[in-house]
Design a protein around this ligand. Structure first.
Ligand code: SAM
Ligand code: DTB
Ligand code: SF4
Length: 331
């Protein structure tokens, strides 16, 4: 069996006077195929070279505008193209959002992420979101928003308002993407990410696994993330939450070890990014989550809801952290 090691796998280039690995799609495909314990060992070694291995960053999500989205993302309960049981909710008030942010802070989150089910926000929506961002910042939390596609001017406005992170996922390997989403293409996603970066905000960008993609396509997702330059500071890896009424409902459930492998490859290929164990944790055992942390995950969504689906409650996560000797990154 061909063994690949970190020293032979990559070529290096200089960025800000630091050596940065340049990964090829083939190398990442070979990496994800390694025997699991070898892959975990390599990922944990990279993790320890860049992070305190016991520190985990906690982000709390809130859906500020729910459902009725014109996009047709095959995994998403919020798409107007699919008939799910989800109740639509128009934009929350700033008071409602700040009350939720206050609760998140008290529970120990360091970042608050506001999600809006828009193809792209209208400027008047943005006015309201900006008021929310200002209020959340004033509570001493880091701010993140995910509102769909942005123009460069909208990205500038969010940056001026003090938004720390913008979440916009590429979701999958480029070649698989078209089988899941038809209403906007891969390049649209890259254009928004570019606008966010140009405006000077930090980028939160990741994807979903368990949608029927191959293992090589999971490596391809990570490859595409390495092509963003600079690398996203935050990388959410979501495991598909199957929601009845969405096209991906009934999809064969992914072997959780494949999820662990994806996290490990993300850790190795994006060594300085926070890799977030994201949607899908509710269905993972504590033991499987421990393997994800071993693979280099060092961030989670924290709080009993994601946007519209369940997440482990705070007591379960606190108990998990105690059992594993992990601690929350201070705000
Ligand atoms: N509407 C915005 C957008 O798509 O950019 C932001 C919110 S959207 C829900 C954010 C991300 O959540 C998606 O890109 C996808 O990666 C993830 N997601 C959505 N539904 C999911 C599901 N059922 N299971 C796992 N991840 C999901
Ligand atoms: C991300 O990558 N995952 C989060 C966040 N970014 C916005 C959303 C997960 C959504 C899971 C399905 C739901 O709860 O609606
Ligand atoms: Fe809309 Fe975002 Fe859901 Fe796609 S993932 S349907 S853009 S809310």
């Amino acid at each position: 069996m061909e063994q690949i090691t970190l020293t032979t796998a990559v070529t290096m280039h200089q960025q800000n006077d630091l050596p940065v690995a340049v990964w090829s799609r083939e190398t990442l495909t070979a990496l994800i195929d390694l025997p699991l314990l070898e892959l975990l060992w390599q990922a944990q070694s990279v993790h320890r070279a860049h992070f305190d291995p016991r520190s985990v960053q906690l982000s709390t999500l809130l859906s500020i505008k729910t459902g009725g989205c014109p996009e047709d993302c095959g995994y998403c309960p919020q798409s107007a193209h699919h008939s799910t049981d989800l109740a639509r909710q128009s934009l929350l008030t700033t008071e409602q959002v700040l009350a939720a942010a206050q609760r998140a802070k008290q529970a120990g989150a360091s970042r608050f992420c506001m999600g809006g089910a828009w193809r792209n926000p209208r400027d008047k929506d943005l006015d309201q979101v900006i008021t929310m961002i200002t209020g959340v910042r004033d509570l001493g939390l880091e701010t993140c928003a995910t509102l769909g596609m942005l123009t460069p001017v909208q990205a500038e406005r969010l940056q001026q308002a003090g938004l720390d992170y913008y979440n916009h996922n590429i979701d999958s390997d480029r070649e698989f993407y078209g089988s899941i989403i038809h209403t906007r293409d891969f390049q649209d996603r890259l254009d928004t990410l570019d606008a966010v970066r140009q405006a000077g905000m930090k980028v939160c960008c990741g994807g979903i696994v368990g949608m029927g993609e191959s293992r090589a396509q999971r490596a391809g997702l990570i490859y595409e993330l390495t092509q963003l330059d600079p690398a996203p500071e935050s990388v959410p890896i979501n495991l598909l939450v199957q929601v009845e009424g969405t096209p991906l409902y009934g999809q064969e459930v992914l072997d959780p070890f494949e999820f662990v492998r994806t996290i490990a490859v993300a850790r190795i290929a994006l060594p300085t990014s926070r890799v977030r164990l994201s949607a899908g944790r509710e269905g993972l055992s504590d033991e499987m989550q421990a393997l994800c942390f071993m693979a280099g995950a060092n961030s989670i969504f924290y709080g009993e809801r994601l946007l519209t689906t369940d997440n482990p409650d705070q007591q379960r996560d606190q108990r998990l952290f105690e059992r594993l000797g992990l601690y929350a990154e201070p705000a």
